[in-house]
Write a protein of this length. Structure first.
Length: 333
């Protein structure tokens, strides 16, 4: 049975079906809407000053599709579906019975801030580079993790354990703050050779890094300082992410990294580490590259995840909703 649609919905659907029909040589008929399901169609466009083109956007949207699928599963369980459609679009179908879940699905996964700072090693603590009792700090972290064995990072509060964060552990240096930060889910899965199962492999001290922030708890650099983020074809087109600093921030970043040669740079996404902190081997100027481990260890999916995270945090990815409404079955003629 065909139906008459409100003008706004009909126009949106007609445009989508016309594009699909032109590509496939088919025409389509709209059937009666399904009152039990709700459909949201997201569309993505690059806002990066150095647009990487359709090929790069395709990688980013693939990564977003995986991330959105995990988000939808958390919100509605296995009653929802998420699929990529073409290069630009992601289509979500969820149950319509509980309207309270629609805004949460529409909002999508949270976009976390990205910050660049330094991580502390045992050697740096022992040599006085950072005035921290590293062994005591690690012992306190180990005890806290043992109390919460089997729990994921989100359920283990370690914010009171880092030196300089509590009265019982006074600040070792007045101009800086220390904080324990856990690897992100990808990093934890890599360490465990697959999916991060905390019942089988509980969180350990080596899943965390002690990072250095300034006295106010801020990092010296963030996604706001990036001019562009892209897959770096000069190195390995699908597995290396290239970052370029804004011209007005590149000199300060160069001085920061030159002073930290031999130390590790931590990239925070919210309160997690984007990757195991890589060592700074030389002064970094306006451009540098990232991998998740070595170049050979980094997968295409991991590079796409890093690219998506950085582009979203820097505001280089525009997302819009081109259709939202009842799920309407379509018959191909």
């Amino acid at each position: 049975m065909t139906m008459t649609l409100p003008a706004r919905i009909a126009a949106a659907l007609a445009a989508l079906l016309l594009a699909a029909g032109s590509a496939s040589g088919q025409s389509y008929e709209l059937l009666e809407p399904d009152p039990t399901r709700w459909l949201i169609r997201f569309r993505f466009e690059s806002a990066d000053p150095d647009d990487g083109g359709i090929w790069e956007l395709d990688h980013v949207v693939e990564a977003y599709t995986r991330r959105l699928a995990a988000h939808v599963e958390r919100v509605v369980g296995d009653r929802g579906s998420v699929r990529k459609s073409g290069v630009h679009d992601v289509v979500v179908v969820i149950p319509y019975g509980d309207g309270t879940t629609i805004p949460e699905v529409r909002a999508g996964p949270q976009v976390e801030p990205v910050r660049f700072c330094l991580a502390v090693t045992r050697d740096e603590a022992a040599d006085g580079v950072e005035p921290v009792d590293m062994e005591a700090a690690r012992a306190a972290l180990a005890a806290r993790l043992a109390e919460h064995a089997g729990s994921p990072p989100s359920e283990v509060d370690v914010s009171d354990l880092a030196p300089g964060m509590t009265e019982t552990s006074p600040a070792a240096a007045p101009d800086r703050t220390y904080r324990w930060v856990c690897l992100d889910d990808n990093g934890l899965a890599m360490k465990r050779g697959g999916e991060a199962d905390f019942a089988e492999a509980p969180l350990a001290v080596d899943d965390y890094r002690l990072i250095v922030l300034d006295a106010s708890g801020e990092a010296p650099f963030g996604a706001r300082d990036l001019r562009t983020v892209h897959l770096d074809a000069a190195w390995n087109s699908e597995r290396v992410v290239g970052l370029e600093l804004r011209a007005d921030r590149a000199p300060a970043f160069g001085r920061f990294t030159e002073a930290a040669i031999g130390r590790s740079m931590a990239i925070l996404v919210g309160d997690r580490l984007l990757q195991p902190p890589p060592m700074i081997n030389d002064r970094l100027f306006d451009h540098f590259v990232l991998t998740n481990g070595t170049m050979d260890e980094t997968t295409r999916e991991q590079a796409a995840e890093m690219l998506l995270t950085l582009k979203q945090a820097a505001g280089f990815l525009e997302r819009s909703i081109v259709y939202e409404g009842p799920y309407i079955p379509v018959h191909a003629q």
